[in-house]
Write a protein that binds this ligand. Structure first.
Ligand code: ATP
Length: 270
């Protein structure tokens, strides 16, 4: 059970330079997670407590997981990921125990970065319904809060949580000593999109006519994950055409194809 809910990566390979368009967020994460791991004595000398936990919130596919992995990489920490939704939906009755196991695992693998994705699944606002599912979710959240509150010497373990549904969160998890640093990770702006296109084509063989600024303008609402998908699809167009170089036109076709698929998806859902 544990192995399926928790993913452990002893040395993640993502670096800050793989993440485009969210420079300020990278800076904040470095200050709140990296610094306490690398130089805990700085905080002691000054006489302040580093933030207990950091909450990243924003739309899907904007780089939240990447950020958490990059900090773990930068600090030579073990990266331990747990998905809130999996925890609650797949293993009814196990939630609280899994949370205990998670922190135990982190203690055994210090320094460690615990990443709890989709935290809204275990930390949603209380609803009125009294279904057993809700009680189970409550117990899981209480255990998480207990682990965080009881974290006297947090030393070499840092906690990062992520959500796409900030509005749904129970405010109890945002109290001081818990997730008391909030970092919004938005969709990239034009410059960010351009940067992300450059990152994802770094190892691609692209022709000189590929205009990254124009690509950024073409995909106005795209997230980083969307841009990555377009780059891969552009490569597929080149392969289908038996070429080893990827042209501007391939990116345009890839964008059109992905947009069409999204439209088809929406139609089939209605
Ligand atoms: P979710 O909320 O869906 O879990 P997330 O914000 O955690 O999403 P990631 O898992 O970090 O998103 O991103 C998914 C993939 O999209 C990454 O592996 C990467 O390839 C690409 N990507 C997303 N954001 C960026 C970014 N800012 N720069 C470069 N690549 C990005």
């Amino acid at each position: 059970v544990r192995a399926r809910v928790m993913q452990v990566d002893r040395s993640p390979s993502v670096t800050y330079s793989d993440i485009g368009g969210i420079t300020d967020q990278i800076e904040e994460v470095r200050e709140t997670v990296e610094m306490p791991l690398k130089s805990p004595e700085m905080f002691g000398d000054v006489g302040i407590e580093p933030p207990a936990g950091v909450l990243l919130y924003g739309p899907p596919g904007t780089g939240k997981t990447m950020l958490a992995k990059a900090v773990a990489n930068q600090t030579d920490a073990t990266f331990i990921k747990m998905a809130g939704s999996e925890l609650v939906h797949k293993f009814i009755g196990e939630g609280a125990k899994l949370v205990r196991d998670l922190f135990e695992l982190a203690r055994q693998h210090q320094p460690a970065v615990i990443f709890i994705d989709e935290i809204d699944a275990i930390a949603a606002k209380r609803t009125d319904s009294k279904t057993s599912g809700d009680a189970e979710v409550q117990r899981t959240m209480m255990q998480l809060l207990a682990e965080m509150d009881g974290f006297e010497d947090r030393g070499d373990i840092r906690i990062i949580a992520a959500t796409n549904r900030f509005d749904m969160l129970d405010r109890a998890i945002l109290r001081p000593g818990r997730f008391d640093r909030l970092i919004e990770v938005p969709k990239p702006n034009g410059d960010g999109r351009e940067q992300i296109f450059k990152i994802h084509t770094r190892s691609m063989n692209v022709t000189d006519d590929v205009d990254f600024g124009a690509l950024a303008d073409m995909v106005e609402e795209a997230s980083g994950a969307d841009i990555k998908a377009i780059c891969t699809e552009a490569g597929m167009f080149a392969i289908r055409d038996d070429r080893t170089e990827v042209k501007m036109e391939d990116f345009e076709n890839a964008h059109a194809k992905i947009q069409q698929e999204e439209t088809d998806d929406e139609v089939s859902r209605t």
